[in-house]
Ligand binder design. Structure first.
Ligand SMILES: Nc1ncnc2c1ncn2[C@@H]1O[C@H](COP(=O)(O)OP(=O)(O)OP(=O)(O)O)[C@@H](O)[C@H]1O
Ligand SMILES: [Mg+2]
Length: 399
């Protein structure tokens, strides 16, 4: 395929079928979304988006182990992981399209976020540094489809953090013409996009931990590991009690980060297992359920603080927050977040369940479509970039 034929097709077709792939920081699995994007007369920035098919596939424990190993490994380990993931993703995409009876010839392209193996936020004038793997050429060869990947680098080259990139997709999908709303994702880290009617005032930032600390707490005991290394449906935390000493210790360690004004982003170094090591005995002296219950409470309180200090102060008219991401399945977490945000006058809304785990994959399908149409995909007020830029690198399939 000539590289420009995909661009020609993207720019001339009013309805386009695009696949989005997300493999998140939690390294839990691959989310695949197949979306139909249709131009709307009079609203060139806001096409209609239909989720045609989608699926989340969990990685097996061996692969998860190799992924964690690669993060601490050699460049060769990272390269091997990049190849292995791309081949697995290609297999999953082909299998899903075939099973759903979707002809690959009808698909315009794949937008693949990739697996983040490194992300250092911008600091003291030094640019952010980020690396996502999942070899685009192998993914293109394995599916026969053009691939748009490496979305974050262009925003960084324009002076931004390279993150968050979902805000524009949130605005296209959920923005209201005459209301301020918000989208809150609970992945590894928690992040919010506040959506005013126009894109230039979008506020988006990482609010704190989502599942990062909960997973680390669940993985810290045999009981938690036997339960799958997560607080599945909130079942483990439901049997535990809050330990005030641990809660205070966690709060004290990261109070400066929580108070910091946005834009800001967090990673493993801020809210990963290292934080539990830092609080030491306050954590390790507790049993499995109390550990997880207390960390769930801290996670909900950190989210409440972010809204109290940085969101409702700036957008007092905000009423509705739409939640997505794996954390929505944790009943204890959602109950506590619902109660704490209600105190701020905010209503928690769940997305349609078929969207909960797929919103970010849908987002990267939308961003790939914009790239192929020559439209910018970043929101400078969210990433700190000097200006809007077209994101990503396009890899055509071999034939
Ligand atoms: N049934 C469940 N009960 C409780 N927690 C769940 C359940 N299913 C998933 N989770 C949590 O959700 C996490 C994965 O969430 P998600 O896929 O949204 O995040 P992610 O892959 O890290 O993405 P991102 O990079 O956007 O943060 C898991 O690590 C787990 O903690
Ligand atoms: Mg995930």
């Amino acid at each position: 395929m000539q590289p420009w034929s995909v661009i020609d097709r993207a720019q001339t077709a009013d309805a386009r079928l695009v696949v989005g792939l997300m493999s998140g920081m939690s390294m839990d699995g691959l989310d695949v979304a197949v979306v139909r994007i249709t131009e709307r007369a009079g609203a060139p920035e806001r096409p209609s988006v239909e989720l045609v098919a989608g699926e989340s596939t969990a990685y097996d424990d061996e692969l998860k182990g190799r992924m964690r190993g690669a993060l601490a490994g050699t460049p060769g380990d990272v390269a091997a992981l990049s190849a292995e993931l791309a081949e697995l993703w290609a297999h999953d995409v082909v299998e899903l399209l075939d099973r759903k009876g979707i002809d690959r010839g009808d698909v315009l392209a794949i937008g693949a976020h990739g697996q983040t193996v490194h992300h250092t936020p911008r600091a003291d004038g030094a640019p952010a540094i980020t690396l996502q793997v999942g070899d685009a050429a192998r993914l293109a060869a394995g599916t026969g489809l053009p691939v748009v990947a490496d979305f974050r680098q262009a925003d960084i080259a324009a002076g931004g953090e390279g993150a968050p990139l979902i805000p524009l997709a949130d605005w296209i999908l959920f923005g209201e013409p005459d209301e301020v709303t918000a989208c809150q994702n609970l992945g590894n880290i928690a992040n919010v996009t506040v959506l005013p009617p126009t894109t230039d005032e979008i506020l988006a930032f990482d609010t704190g931990p989502a599942n990062a600390l909960i997973d680390a707490a669940a993985r810290s005991t045999d009981e938690g590991r036997a339960a799958g290394g997560i607080d599945k449906d909130g079942a483990l935390s439901a049997t535990g009690d809050i330990d005030n000493d641990l809660l205070l210790a966690l709060y004290t360690k990261r109070s400066a980060w929580l108070a910091e004004k946005p834009p800001k982003s967090a990673g493993f170094e801020t809210f990963g297992p290292g934080l539990l090591d830092e609080v030491g005995d306050a954590f390790t002296r507790l049993g499995a359920a109390d550990r997880v219950r207390t960390v769930v409470e801290y996670t909900a309180l950190a989210l409440r603080d972010a809204y109290a200090w940085h969101v409702v102060t700036r957008f007092p008219e905000l009423e509705r927050v739409r939640f997505s991401g794996g954390g929505c399945h944790n009943r204890m977490l959602m109950t506590r977040i619902g109660a704490l945000l209600a105190d701020l006058g905010l209503v928690v809304e769940a997305l349609d369940p078929t969207w909960t785990d797929l919103k970010e994959a849908v987002g990267f399908a939308l961003l790939a479509d914009r790239t192929l149409r020559g439209l910018p995909g970043n929101v400078p007020s969210a990433t700190g970039a000097a200006h809007p830029v077209v994101l990503g690198a396009v890899t055509p399939p071999p034939r």
